[in-house]
Design a binder for this molecule. Structure first.
Ligand code: FES
Length: 262
């Protein structure tokens, strides 16, 4: 983990209030697994004391660049969205435990299941799965067509199934409708998910006993490094069924299915 003023290479709006920021810095060389996050300091608002956790959506070790996709909804992320190329962003990271992808092998079916702003870290998972020769299937849920992003990028990696809450694109309704239709017909070797709690609960239910199925929790955070307990979630040991509190920033945000009380 490092703290660094990363150079902004590009900042663009992908959809209303959804931004993609490309950053360059030494810290990228430490990003060895997808699903980790950077804890970002709002650049001009000194009154905002807490950093904002933003998941890393793609990693390029060759150029030492990474991308963050985030929604500008609170004061901190709105402040970040005002930054332009050649400015810097103070970040701490990479933080958290990411998605295990090292055991993905050629020919396997890998599925990613994401909703809204939970989708970005799954892009790097899908990309790395493709690089390892796996077949990728993506299930993506958005509120509406207007706020969709990265559809073409996911389509370049494999099959994509989309739902929108208002029916403006793809299946009308929540992603669970598509999951109920397709999951009984397939046997994925690995499952990766990130998004709203009801979606994670559904994935957790379907794949509770699956040995390679993971959910990434989006929890409010303060320190981001395991020092304050602002981000605890309740977990149970799969064998003993004993309950335990775990810190999402430090022991997550990625957990195996069947472990977190979602
Ligand atoms: Fe402080 Fe997780 S945010 S322990």
């Amino acid at each position: 983990m490092k703290q660094e003023n990363m150079k902004i290479i590009e900042q663009k709006m992908l959809a209303p209030n959804i931004f993609e920021m490309t950053l360059e810095g030494l810290i990228v060389q430490e990003m060895l697994v997808p699903g980790q996050f950077l804890h970002c300091q709002p650049p001009t608002r000194s009154d905002l004391l807490l950093r904002r956790p933003i998941s890393i959506s793609s990693i390029d070790l060759k150029t030492s660049q990474c991308k963050l996709i985030y929604r500008a909804e609170g004061a901190g992320t709105k402040d970040m969205s005002q930054l332009s190329a050649n400015e810097t962003l103070d970040v701490l990271g990479p933080l958290g435990n990411g998605f295990p992808v090292e055991d993905i092998s050629e020919g396997e079916l890998v599925i990613v299941v994401g909703g809204g702003i939970g989708i970005p870290p799954l892009y790097e998972v899908a990309r790395q799965a493709r690089l390892r020769g796996a077949q990728v299937m993506a299930f993506l849920g958005f509120a509406s067509k207007d706020v969709m992003f990265y559809l073409e990028e996911f389509q370049a990696l494999g099959d994509v199934h989309v739902s929108t809450d208002d029916g403006s694109y793809g299946t009308n309704g929540h992603l669970g409708i598509i999951l109920d239709e397709i999951l009984p017909q397939i046997e994925p070797s690995a499952v990766y998910s990130c998004g709203p709690t009801p979606l994670l609960a559904k994935v957790d239910q379907y794949f509770e006993e699956h040995p390679r199925a993971y959910v990434s929790l989006e929890e409010r955070m303060a320190c981001g490094v395991g020092a304050c307990a602002a981000c605890v979630c309740q977990t149970k040991d799969k064998k003993t069924k004993k309950m335990r509190l775990k810190k999402v920033c430090d022991e997550g945000p990625v957990f195996a299915t069947g472990v977190v009380n979602i």
